[in-house]
Ligand binder design. Structure first.
Ligand SMILES: C[C@H](O)CC(=O)SCCNC(=O)CCNC(=O)[C@H](O)C(C)(C)COP(=O)(O)OP(=O)(O)OC[C@H]1O[C@@H](n2cnc3c(N)ncnc32)[C@H](O)[C@@H]1OP(=O)(O)O
Length: 718
């Protein structure tokens, strides 16, 4: 079956309107492109056609090249056949003008095709941008050449390197679109404009030949060199931002046709890169998380959540309240006394103000959002809430008490969610009879910033409650992953061996700061020891205990955190942990750390291991992350997570795993299950159970299958 098409209608006034139709975003699939080429050939050949208007069906111009089709392009495709031979030589150089009529979105290839047209008309709210760098590629179809010529070099760099879209109104001010009109008038306005070009009443611009908005060559060099330095600083492990800058430079220095050719050749090379494969995987993986078999395909519609409540105004509770009011939910915040309540409300104010400072919230909106919040000390206001999120400390008895109180004060459809990060939900809901309404809503700290929401269901949680929470996640702009119930759920559980592996290496002779350096070079926002400082040793030790209890056979029990804590080094909050911190929270290495490490090594009875002392940086990365991959395999085997790609999304959005490696499972698959298995197996012989590969991994290694391959034998916990 064809993936989309275009349709052409020739109007009585002589304008051929070509409409791209490929739901849901009118992506340029290979079928759409072939159909567009046929329509153009016909329109240019017909005597009754004076001009062409290009538009998209159902209020969406075009979401760009079909991302799923990258792997399907003909292998021997001539470089530039689309961007030069068709778009430039046929469409832009045609003897009949084309006008793009843009509503909804014009992204990537969508905007590129629009820029080839001789004018663009847009609705004020349409989104225009070249977000290709997010996919590990550069704008193709002439995007690198035409955008700087239409909006100027600085703005074009900002839009491309940051993958930033702009609205129609701003695009008009910048000159990227020629006129703004309503959606109803769009096609008619575009047709009149096209006829205006034919009659010489409107200019016949060819974007590729404009140079009036480009700076002189010396300035171009300066601007691009500065952009290169910034790009290397921001993303040292990827090459495509630098390639993008080089391609832009080629077009300005050697002329746009040379630029187009370099763009085509570089684009082809980047498409095949591991970075692009990883980022494309991440794109689809994010969209797949909310498709839950036997839940989201059962015809259930989400109930309307009007009023929410949070129990506990600490760091997590106030962060969750912030994200809810920011997205227009009414929030009742409950605390146990005036002092804690006002501390919670002040935290929410500070969170909102940080959005105002960044220009993401106007002062007026600040007041509007803040008015959605109501602080309380009892449950009186809970009677008409539709969703309660408990966010108190990790104390099972306290949580049980709160859940039985909720049952007394809330209506019988209210959802009872807990933000616990580790405690078994069955225990939390044990004292209620409403276990079908008990669910985990695990936000990541800071909740108003981190993009992931882990939705935890027990065997009793109703499908309706999951559908409701998925809808809330969408409304508060979080990516949800739905997981089963166990200690640590999916995200924290998968990552518990991360810190333990790092402590193991330190006990056996490696340097804390070297490990953190290697892990940040790999692409994590911070190393495991810097992260432990940030989380705080009190919390880290408490959660570690839960893992020791639940998974004793595969925990590495280092004493280092305990030893530091005993000397009042609690992490960043006390300005002393593995690092020392100045009053601006800047971390520096501490030579004194050595004495604590020595103590930990003595307790562990660990000797400097000559083999470990020879580890390369790559070995260190693998020794820290392969146990994580191993635990992820167990989580999949037990069907705590439904698919490997959910764990990829979770590792990127919850733990900061580099997106350009595709997530922890995709990365492991790029190395091969067999390789991961063999290394873990060898380490487990030398260093014990902590590294022992699980059955799921062993089976895949032996079968030569990928870690993402479906599991048949697993026992579901969902
Ligand atoms: C040659 C060129 O230079 C190369 C390119 O053009 S590369 C592509 C550049 N374009 C992009 O990066 C845009 C990517 N898409 C998006 O940002 C967003 O999907 C959007 C803003 C267009 C729409 O967002 P939203 O309404 O929230 O819908 P969203 O859930 O993201 O997408 C709807 C569906 O369209 C699919 N989709 C979106 N853009 C797509 C694309 N360019 N290709 C293929 N599928 C796409 C999604 O996978 C999703 O599929 P599903 O329903 O089966 O899960």
């Amino acid at each position: 079956m064809a993936r989309g098409t275009t349709a052409m209608e020739v109007r009585a006034d002589g304008v051929a309107v070509i409409t791209i139709s490929n739901p849901p975003v009118n992506a340029l699939s290979l079928d759409v492109i072939a159909s567009l080429q046929r329509n153009y050939a016909e329109a240019l050949g017909r005597n009754d056609v004076k001009a062409i208007v290009l538009t998209g069906a159902n209020g969406r111009f075009c979401g760009g090249f079909d991302i799923a089709a990258f792997g399907n392009k003909p292998k021997n495709e001539k470089p530039g056949s689309m961007s030069i031979d068709f778009l430039t030589d046929i469409v832009e150089d045609a003897h009949k003008p084309s006008v793009a009529a843009i509503d909804g979105i014009a992204l990537g290839g969508g905007l590129e095709v629009a820029m080839v047209c001789h004018a663009r008309i847009s609705t004020p709210s349409a989104q225009l941008g070249l977000p290709e760098l997010q996919l590990g590629i550069i704008p193709g179809m002439g995007g690198t050449q035409r955008l700087p010529r239409l909006v100027g070099l600085l703005k074009a760099l900002d839009m491309m390197l940051m993958s930033k879209a702009i609205k129609g109104r701003e695009a008009h001010k910048l000159g990227l679109v020629d006129a703004i009109t309503s959606a109803n008038e769009l096609v008619n306005t575009a047709c009149s404009w096209a006829l205006g070009i034919v009659e010489n009443k409107k200019p016949w611009f060819k974007s590729l030949h404009r140079s009036d908005r480009l700076p002189d060559l010396a300035e171009v060099k300066d601007v691009l060199n500065f952009a290169r330095v910034q790009a290397k600083k921001k993303s040292p492990n990827v090459q495509h931002p630098i390639v993008c800058i080089d391609v832009i430079e080629e077009g300005i220095v050697s002329g746009p046709r040379a630029g187009l050719m370099k763009e085509a050749l570089s684009g082809k090379m980047l498409e095949q890169s591991q970075t692009s494969k990883s980022l494309r995987h991440f794109f689809f993986a994010q969209r797949a998380t909310s498709k839950i078999p036997s839940i989201t395909n059962m015809g259930l519609t989400p109930r309307k959540i009007k009023k929410t409540a949070i129990v506990g105004g600490g760091l997590m509770g106030s962060g969750i309240a912030t994200v809810l009011i920011l997205n227009n939910f009414k929030v009742v915040l409950k605390e146990v006394n005036e002092q804690l309540l006002s501390a919670g409300i002040n935290r929410i104010k500070a969170n909102l103000q940080s959005f105002v400072r960044k220009g993401q919230l106007s002062k007026e909106d600040y007041e509007k959002k803040f008015s959605l919040l109501c602080g309380v000390l009892d449950y009186e206001q809970f009677k008409d809430t539709d969703l309660v999120i408990e966010a108190v400390i990790e104390d099972i008895f306290l949580k049980q008490q709160i859940f039985s109180d909720l049952e007394k004060h809330c209506h019988h459809n209210c959802i009872f969610a807990t933000n616990t990060s580790t405690i078994d939900l069955n225990l939390i809901g044990q004292k209620t009879v409403s276990q079908d309404r008990v669910v985990g809503a695990h936000f990541f700290s800071p909740a108003h910033v981190m993009p992931l929401l882990e939705i935890v269901r027990t065997q009793q949680t109703s499908s309706q409650v999951i559908v409701d929470l998925l809808d809330v996640a969408k409304k508060i702009r979080k990516t949800p992953i739905v997981v089963g119930n166990c200690t640590g759920f999916a995200v924290n559980r998968v990552f518990f061996p991360y810190a333990q592996a790092a402590c193991f290496l330190v006990d056996y002779g490696l340097d804390v700061y070297h490990i953190d350096h290697v892990i940040t070079q790999f692409g994590m926002p911070m190393g495991p020891f810097r992260l432990a400082d940030l989380v705080g040793f009190g919390v880290a030790i408490a959660t570690r205990k839960q893992y020791y209890q639940s998974y004793p056979e595969r925990c590495y029990k280092s004493m280092i955190l305990q030893i530091l804590l005993e000397d009042n080094r609690t992490g960043e909050s006390s300005c002393k942990g593995f690092y020392i911190y100045d009053d601006k929270r800047k971390a520096s290495q501490d030579p004194d750390l050595r004495k604590y490490i020595e103590k930990s090594r003595n307790i562990a009875g660990a000797m400097q291991d000559p083999k470990l002392m020879k580890l390369t940086d790559n070995d260190i990365v693998e020794m820290i992350f392969f146990p994580v991959v191993n635990e992820a395999c167990r989580v999949l085997d037990e069907q705590i997570a439904l698919k490997a790609s959910d764990l990829d999304v979770a590792s990127i959005m919850g733990m900061g795993f580099p997106s350009y490696r595709g997530g922890v499972m995709f990365w492991a698959d790029s190395l091969g299950a067999k390789y991961v298995y063999n290394r873990l197996e060898a380490w487990s012989k030398d260093y014990g159970e902590f590294f022992k590969p699980c059955e799921y991994l062993a089976a895949r290694a032996h079968q030569g299958a990928s870690l993402a391959a479906k599991v048949d034998s697993a026992k579901s916990r969902l």
